[in-house]
Design a protein around this ligand. Sequence first.
Ligand SMILES: Nc1nc2c(c(=O)[nH]1)N[C@H]1C(S)=C(S)[C@@H](COP(=O)(O)O)O[C@H]1N2
Ligand SMILES: [Mo]
Length: 393
Amino acid sequence: MFASLIGAEIVFGSSMLEGYSPLALQDPDPFKLFSKNKDMVVLNSKPWNIEAQAHLLDDKVTPNSSMFIRNNGLMPEGIDIKKWTLTIDGESVEKSKTYTLAELQSKFKQYTYQLTLECGGNGRSEFNPPAKGNQWTIGAVHCAEWTGVRLRDVLEDAGIKSNAVYIGFHAVDQHLSMDPTKEPISRGCPMPKALQDETILAFKMNGEAIPLAHGYPLRLIAGGWPASVSGKWVNRISIRNKVHDGQKMTGDAYKVPCNPVAPGEKVKEEDMCIIESMPVKSLITFPKSGAIIKEGKTLAIRGHAWAGELEVAKMEYSIDFGATWTTCEVQKPVNRLAWQHFGAQVKFPKKGYYEIWARATDARGIAQPMLLPGWNPKGYLNNACHRIAVKVS
Ligand SMILES: Nc1nc2c(c(=O)[nH]1)N[C@H]1C(S)=C(S)[C@@H](COP(=O)(O)O)O[C@H]1N2
Ligand SMILES: [Mo]
């Protein structure tokens, strides 16, 4: 059996210990496999979950090499884009319709946007009592440039009935159990989000075909919402007459208590609300934490800030553990739902150890908390301030 998987006879196979897995069948090097930077951190290999570090996210537009990977199941293999189709169906479609990739590309106008995608569980590792799941620190966020057609244009081409409430995506990745009747994830969003200009069906990322791990050949992108809404390897979108009830839409997945609860408290399903727009957050991407600078020198810091559906209105930093804050420059987003770049020239009064804390405030005046925000059973939405350590010597 092994021999056929490896494609060669295992000459001394009869001497192989029972239960031994030949090296040829062990996990390949994920950094090579996915063309990732070697500083990326692998949290899980089955399924693949890999996160970035703050300094890897310094680019204005995140390159593939620094993009986190969050898979719920096994990635599809052997995709033939000539045969790929997207079907629009559901209770609330006028007429179910199927498009080839070439049809999607020629029939509808194409748009390019930079869109921030952050996993709802980014920051989970800090929750206490801890939450099960990938222990993301700060690196499950990226802002790449996506090119595709508007979901709205495609849905309208098929026809949206007036009772439409939600859309739900379906994809071709496989459930870990290999049970073909189970989907790893099938999430969606309410119609108003589905119909936004920036909600697209993308076939290009950063100007090239989407890397397999990020959804080749077709991906739904709904920026500013938990990235779990942005279905990879999408081949079907259902227009639903009710809240989509696909895999990871029900139970407590991607939900938080509708009202705050005490850490560790059990929350009833009916008291949990589906996460929509992500909260305001920021990252210092330069310098790398641990930087050492000479006394008297000014340190130029920079990073990005984002606020779900909203814009970031203000960006500040502190070098005295939050006692005082200084406003920094923050740019407008290149388009709605793209992260915004900030920078500041930081001066230090004397030699010693410092921390630089960064705090973003959204257009409604809501700022990032300095400490962990509301505990929730699944460890979502940790948007506490990012900090880096600096030594002045
Ligand atoms: N088909 C499919 N789409 C998916 C997923 C998945 O496992 N399968 N994971 C979701 C989750 S939870 C996240 S956070 C993002 C991660 O996107 P990335 O791997 O491109 O960074 O994809 C989302 N789309
Ligand atoms: Mo996620």
